[in-house]
Design a protein around this ligand. Structure first.
Ligand SMILES: [Zn+2]
Ligand SMILES: [Zn+2]
Length: 393
């Protein structure tokens, strides 16, 4: 069935596209979204929302209250760009070298703005909606910064929702899943210290390169032997640094890498195994290892009731056949997970199109698809009108 886009949103679709392209052309990195948050705050004020700025540095919250129903929900978009060069040549390409909206956060911001405009004009609900525009999603801790700044104390929400575009998922389709949907992520450094020596006299030294290779090998057994087969996890050693000369056994070696898992317990298990294995192997071979394993993102876990609710709303717009309620697990991480640890809710994927050969996010040729702005804004609006329906008290 053709998507039932709200006609009142369709009426200002061109303006939304203009906003989206303007933000795309002027990307800003995490916690530096001065221009973007100014645009967001300005539009929200213009349309009659209460506006609070400076939550989590550059974060913005817009609020609409209708009636005296104490119920409140939160809708969240992210605003930051990535530190990379854009290879596109269209008019709205990035004006800044080394900065690009390659994850579509320009589109997420615009879809939520579209809903704010429609909802503040129509006010066809009873309760409070908070539009949460967060900074620094791309690994810089923006969600955590907003939460620590008292986001949910100042703006209590009974439920929160987030949305991300998904390349290769057709335009007009949504996907979601209950429970863990996106992996938690972490980083590690392992500093190995041996004893430097002449390369021809290994018996006088302790070789940190050999220790490093043994640690790398042993780490391969963590996912295969310690993590339960039906659970999922990744440990990738992505950096190995040691030595400067052909004939010198170095004093030190450093390993670095990333870990991913869908459960907090699994993240904790992996952290413990990396620490124990690296220290133990280094000690056995006569050296020392100082592991530093840091969990950066918790896994993103969708609440069952919230998934059912937003899936029903999406199905009412695009049809059940276009609402995949058992969408794929994603090994990438997303820091909306911090907010979902505080308030139950769900994170839904909206198809960005592009088909099989479609350009993935974080690619220099990526662009958010303007065709889906009104669909995303319609979904956000219906979520509010359904959850805070006037006769639902
Ligand atoms: Zn991203
Ligand atoms: Zn993203």
């Amino acid at each position: 069935m053709p998507a039932k886009i709200e006609p009142k949103i369709n009426a200002f679709a061109d303006e939304l596209t203009t906003i989206r392209r303007d933000i795309h052309a002027h990307p800003e990195l995490g916690f530096e979204e001065e221009r973007t948050s100014k645009i967001v705050a300005g539009k929200l004020k213009e349309w009659g929302c209460e506006v609070t700025t400076g939550i989590g540095k550059t974060g913005v919250v817009g609020t609409i209250r209708v009636g005296n129903n104490p119920r409140a929900i939160g809708l969240r978009a992210d605003m930051d760009a990535l530190p990379m060069d854009e290879h596109n040549t269209f008019d709205h390409r990035s004006r800044h070298q080394g900065r690009m909206h390659a994850c579509g956060h320009d589109g997420h911001t615009t879809m939520l703005l579209g809903a704010a405009r429609y909802l503040s004009a129509t006010r066809n609900f009873d309760g409070t909606v908070h539009f949460i525009f967060q900074p620094a999603e791309e690994g810089r801790g923006g969600a955590e910064a907003m939460v620590k700044d008292g986001l949910f104390d100042k703006f209590p929400c009974e439920q929160i929702f987030g949305m991300h575009n998904r390349p290769k998922l057709d335009v007009g389709k949504f996907a979601i899943r209950t429970g863990p949907q996106m992996a938690g992520g972490g980083l590690f450094d392992i500093k190995i210290t041996g004893k430097g020596a002449h390369g021809a006299r290994p018996e006088t030294g302790i070789d940190p390169v050999v220790i490093a290779t043994q640690i790398i090998s042993a780490l391969q057994s963590v996912v295969s032997r310690n993590v339960a087969p039906l659970d999922s996890a990744v440990i990738s050693v992505t950096q190995m640094h040691a030595g400067d000369a052909y004939n010198v056994i170095p004093q030190e070696a450093v390993l670095r890498g990333t870990i991913r898992a869908f459960r907090k317990e699994t993240m904790a298990l992996i952290k413990e195994r990396i620490e124990t294995i690296s220290r133990g192997i280094a000690k056995t071979l006569g050296g020392t290892a100082e592991p530093d394993v840091r969990v950066v993102f918790p896994p993103l876990v969708n609440d069952r009731n919230s998934v059912t609710f937003i899936s029903d709303v999406a199905a009412s717009i695009v049809g059940e056949e276009n609402m995949n309620r058992e969408g794929p697990y994603v090994m990438a991480s997303e820091d909306f997970s911090y907010m979902l640890e505080k308030v139950p809710g769900a994170f839904i994927n909206i198809g960005n199109g592009g088909g099989e050969g479609g350009c993935e996010v974080h690619n220099p040729g990526y662009d958010f698809n303007d065709e889906i702005i009104t669909l995303g804004a319609t979904l956000w609006s219906r979520v509010v009108e359904t959850k805070l329906a006037k006769d639902a008290r």
